[in-house]
Design a protein around this ligand. Sequence first.
Ligand SMILES: Nc1ncnc2c1ncn2[C@@H]1O[C@H](COP(=O)(O)OP(=O)(O)OP(=O)(O)O)[C@@H](O)[C@H]1O
Ligand SMILES: [Mg+2]
Length: 318
Amino acid sequence: MYALEINGLGKVYEKGNRALNDVSLRVPQGSFFALLGPNGAGKSTMINILADIVRPSEGRVTLLGHDLFSERNWCKRRMGVVPQEIAFDPFFTPHEVLRFTAGLFGCRPDEAWLDELLERLELTRHAGKKARQLSGGMRRRLLVAQALVHRPELVILDEPTAGVDVELRRRLWDFMRELNAGGTTILLTTHYLDEAEELCDHVAIIDRGQLLTAQPMRTLMREIASSWLWLNYGRPVTLTDEDQVALAGFEPRGSEEGVCLKLGQSQDGQSTFHQAYQAAVARFGPPMDAGVRREDLEDVFLRLTGHGSQAQGSGVKS
Ligand SMILES: Nc1ncnc2c1ncn2[C@@H]1O[C@H](COP(=O)(O)OP(=O)(O)OP(=O)(O)O)[C@@H](O)[C@H]1O
Ligand SMILES: [Mg+2]
């Protein structure tokens, strides 16, 4: 069973501005799913359609097998959405916001759970303040608490950690991980790609309204991320035509400090590290220093979204 099945979803805003184009995506139940894309890719548009804030132009969505658009109320009780934009009544305290939200979902406030939410999101100390007296990071955490009041089976978070400091970000992720371990499906957007790589077991990347890829994180990294051997000669290296021929197959690149060679697998399935190293030493002599760097999700993301020629070129992040 899928938590979400999105088929052919599209959105054209007024004046013909197309924000989503024929996006089809399956979010497995129990997954921790990252929806990634550059600014303006269409992530919030998709999430706002799921949250009933934006009306889709085309497409179908089912949530746990139920049609999202015709069974809105059933679906709403099973999902909690943290929007990107922060909007609160400025005169309510965090505790009042949560009680009020529980009322909107038609459930009697479970005080122990509300207290736990305030505690886990580090808001207990601020529970007496009015929302307008909270800092930006506190408000964002309150939004997360608000989305969890009715213990939804699917939690959708649009940049939940934007503006949240490192320590609290870590605690927020720990909490999300616990919820996920307890069976809650989590779909989130973030621009912190290192965190997405660490936390999420599935990933989709969209750009300019189009889905570029959607797969288990491990599959994506195995199929697209490559490893680079970098050799430091302490001087700029410009590759000659002969170097290119001698190192063909390793996609050699000269840099300010030495040379980078792309590693692959030899016929017996071993890394070509040894061959690459030997070939470089034969051309340039022994390096002062050397190492292997495996590309991470950020490199893959930059490559797929077409902004990655530099990162790909050096094999070392700029
Ligand atoms: N209410 C709106 N009216 C018209 N166009 C909109 C509206 N909201 C978003 N857009 C446009 O839709 C496109 C997708 O925007 P969206 O907010 O979905 O991107 P995003 O992936 O969430 O980006 P970000 O990472 O910056 O949050 C953009 O071109 C944006 O200008
Ligand atoms: Mg957005």
